[in-house]
Design a protein around this ligand. Sequence first.
Ligand code: HAM
Length: 418
Amino acid sequence: MAELKQSRPKGTQDFVPPDSERMRQVEKVFRDLAECYGYREIITPTFEHTAVFVKSSGDTSDVVTKEMYSFKDRADRDLTLRPEGTPGVVRAVIENRLRLPCRLYYAGPFFRYSRPQKGRTREFFQVGVEALGEASPLTDAEVIYFGDLFFESLGIRDCTVQVNSIGCRECRPAHREVLRKFLLDRKEQLCEDCKLRIERNPLRVLDCKVETCRQAVKDAPTPPQYLCAACKSHYEQVLAELTRRGLRYEMNDRLVRGLDYYNRTTFEYISASLGAQDSLGGGGRYDYLIGDFGGPDTPGIGVAIGLERTILAAPVTPAPARRHLAFVVWLTEAELGAAQDLADRLRADGIPAQVDYDASKVKGQFKSANAAQAACCIIIGPDELTKGVYSLKDLATGEQREVPSAAICAEVRALFAD
Ligand code: HAM
């Protein structure tokens, strides 16, 4: 038998309480905000046919060429654990013939085989929105604003939005050609990946992080210099609307992003506190993707945000020492039934409650209550049953007093509120 591995796979993380709770809390902030902006949840599979990603994210992108968890299933199908959300959403919208325009959001695990480091894991949690069927530059600005608002509502202050426009199928070829020639002249200075990109995807060389490539493309022609009139006007309207909304942004004319489906607006949220993996989230417009997938020609724009990085960048809120949990303690077997009934009564009233069935001694039950970080214990003994009261003990202060049975829910609530 193979040796049982006791450690998690490289690049994965366990979220134990309270970190798991923090993760869900941040996700909830996102869900509430997305719903406020009219997005509805879409749940797509965590794996798709590999072609879904190759066709959309791009067969020259790092995500597709180096980072996918691809496998064959038992029936020889080529499948891939989703490295990002947009392609699956677009596939699902077409397959389910959703009425357009529509606004969708998602939250869940994604998978990329990259070298793990701070803020970069092989399984990570992403939340994202996609506005399908919306062409207006006002939507671009609203989506960018939406992401910014999410970070702001979590208290993240050191986040900058970078914005760019990479043009459309009309104006991109001219830029691509001058850029290709520019890069050919500097081929020897480029990293091995970028040498290949010159012919296949020269745009991507512009935001290569390798220092020699950065130097080589310092004076390279950038997409905004080659925008056609329609793209220029679209970009100007996006920027004007960001300004109108009072959002501070930076223009980064090299921001092309690592996925191939983008056109016109691209943007990224950068955090100063994260080190090398400083992108909290990013997105852009993809007006050709739905058509290229075989759907009706429909514009689209979206953003995705990494939750682990968001949590790293957010101010640390110390976890409370005690939880909103009431532990019901029974003194003898004779009170066990009453303890169970009380726990159920509390729960029915929306108060989390727990009973230790295993520890027959009070001391053991108190130990369990403390291990669970309960805020209080409610003790039931023969005296309490006779008098129709409970003894309520505040575990933070050690204070204990008798509470009439009818008042117990209100008293526990008041204790939680302290
Ligand atoms: P992306 O920039 O590849 O865009 O990923 C978005 C965010 O996911 C990143 O900014 C980062 O916070 C997080 N992320 C990505 N890879 C990792 C990783 N290995 N470990 C931890 N976090 C990671 C997209 O995925 C596009 N689908 C965004 C989009 C939506 N464009 C249009 N609509």
